[in-house]
Design a protein around this ligand. Structure first.
Ligand code: CS2
Length: 489
């Protein structure tokens, strides 16, 4: 049997693949909450580059809020893992060593707050997905009715929710020594830093006003834009890594060559030299995050819903169907781009063409189903923000309506051949119940879900009638034919 990747086998790997520092002596300076594939293929890679260029105490302690398996797998290989980069032009592999441990927080709820409080930790970063923060997507305020948040408010010293855990750590930090901290939200949310600050403060006000004031003064929450396509690891990924490495790595991740990280230059204290990996530090992230959410993530979701309905497993298959790339281009040019302000030095047209190429990467199959999940959380930043801006400016919303209608059809739970869809969404049951029957009824019942659509949008007749028209077309002629129609004009 092949031996596993670990500190004792690391030395066998060619120098180009392994780290150029001694992992055992690396001290931790970062705690990362949500140590899944995206974090390990993105922020950890930037940190690895920073360490290679300018060594420092920037090891990462990861925390997994759900999967015990992740912590066990990583610990079995001394938290080392590989990143496989794949594109049609070729592939690359390297071992990342800056993650020094991954803890499973439900097994020991006090451990993560204690780490956040530790004086040697200067940064806490997070990738817990949109739904992991516990806010109402339409109002962006903390949902105090959510069972995990309500429970944490009753027992704040043994938290389970992300916000409760972060607060417990910050509170302990204030009491222990009060050193400043930077909290870096790395999820695909508008103004993610500001949003997280607002959620933490809302929670803190309920528990301890003194800590709330301290957070306001001593904790920085920079906005960030993160980008890299990182599909879920498959057994084939692990086999390919094993073949190339000559060692078994059960924690390997894979991603495309492209990576981008734009960070608001507003830290509470020191940080790693992430510029080494190409990170950009800017005064205002908003133009970049709008560009990414409204061009990349929205067209990714558009292709995922319409592709899944058409029977495609992967985005690269969807974008190869007649009309799909054309529809994505038109959606970006006609509805998304007009709502954007230009990030400095960015060529928006080239960015859009690059996206079409990235989605078409056959060497990195990205499941439509993975992107389609949690639509109730993803729709507001990806489409509804665009729709609101366009309605206010008197511009078209027809293609956005087709994407939202495709989501409506998808959450109904049956594809176009009558095959069940395993809809994954915190609101899955309500969505599925609402999405049955005639188009007008489905649209009205779903629009009525204020946590997604807010108060104003459901009252807008223009949007409602575009949704009904699009959903009727999807029901009558199916997604492939509807895409051809909408792509043509
Ligand atoms: C995707 C994103 O799963 C999804 O919803 O749209 O994960 C996307 O691949 C990344 O944001 C790319 O940076």
């Amino acid at each position: 049997m092949t031996q596993s990747l670990s500190l004792s086998t690391l030395g066998r790997l060619p120098p180009a693949v392994r780290p150029h520092y001694e992992p055992v002596t690396l001290r931790a300076g970062i705690v990362h909450i949500g140590a899944g594939a995206f974090h390990r293929a993105h922020q950890a890679v930037y940190t690895e580059e920073a360490l290679a260029t300018e060594y420092g105490d920037w090891g990462i302690i990861g925390a997994s809020l759900r999967q015990q398996g992740l912590s066990d797998t990583l610990r079995a290989q001394d938290s080392l893992y590989s990143v496989l980069t794949r594109s049609e032009a070729g592939s690359g592999l390297r071992v990342i060593a800056c993650v020094r441990d991954v803890i499973h927080t439900p097994s020991d709820p006090r451990r993560l707050p204690a780490l956040i409080a530790s004086a040697q930790i200067k940064l806490v970063s997070l990738t817990v997905t949109e739904k992991g923060y516990g806010f109402d997507p339409a109002t962006r305020s903390l949902d105090f009715a959510r069972p995990d948040i309500a429970r944490d408010l009753r027992t704040p010293h043994v938290p389970a929710s992300t916000i409760g855990t972060l607060f417990a750590g910050l509170h302990a930090r204030r009491i222990a020594h009060g050193r400043p901290l930077t909290v870096l939200c790395c999820d695909n949310l508008q103004h993610n830093g500001r949003l997280l600050r607002h959620l933490v403060l809302a929670y803190a006000e309920q528990v301890d006003g003194t800590t709330a004031r301290w957070i306001e003064a001593q904790v920085a929450f920079p906005d960030t834009m993160v980008d890299r396509i990182v599909p879920a690891t498959t057994p084939a990924t692990l086999d390919e890594v094993e073949e190339r490495l000559g060692l078994r790595d059960n924690a390997a991740v894979w991603g495309e060559p492209f990576m981008q990280w734009v960070i608001e230059d507003a830290f509470a204290s020191e940080r790693p030299y992430w510029e080494a990996g190409g990170a950009q530090f800017v005064p205002d992230v908003k133009p970049y995050e709008d560009m990414k959410l409204r061009l990349l993530n929205s067209s990714n979701s558009l292709l995922a819903y319409l592709g899944y309905l058409a029977g495609c497993d992967y985005v690269y298959e969807a974008i190869a169907l007649p009309g799909y790339a054309q529809l994505a281009r038109r959606f970006m040019q006609e509805e998304a781009a007009p709502t954007l302000s230009m990030p400095p030095g960015q060529d928006l047209a080239a960015y859009q063409e690059r996206l079409i190429e990235r989605f078409g990467n056959t060497a990195l199959p990205h499941r439509c189903h993975q992107i389609a999940m949690d639509g109730s959380q993803k729709l507001p930043p990806r489409f509804l923000a665009i729709v609101r801006d366009n309605l206010a400016a008197g511009r078209p919303v027809r293609l956005s309506a087709l994407a939202v209608a495709a989501w409506m059809r998808y959450v109904g739970g049956k594809d176009e051949n009558g095959k069940p869809i395993a809809v994954q969404d915190p609101l899955a049951n309500q969505l599925q119940a609402a999405a049955q029957g005639e188009a007008a009824g489905i649209v009205d019942r779903l629009l009525d879900m204020r946590a997604i659509f807010g108060d104003e949008l459901p009252r807008c007749e223009r949007f409602r009638s575009e949704l009904i028209a699009a959903l009727e077309r999807l029901q009558q002629i199916g997604s492939r034919a509807a895409v051809m129609e909408y792509a043509a004009g």
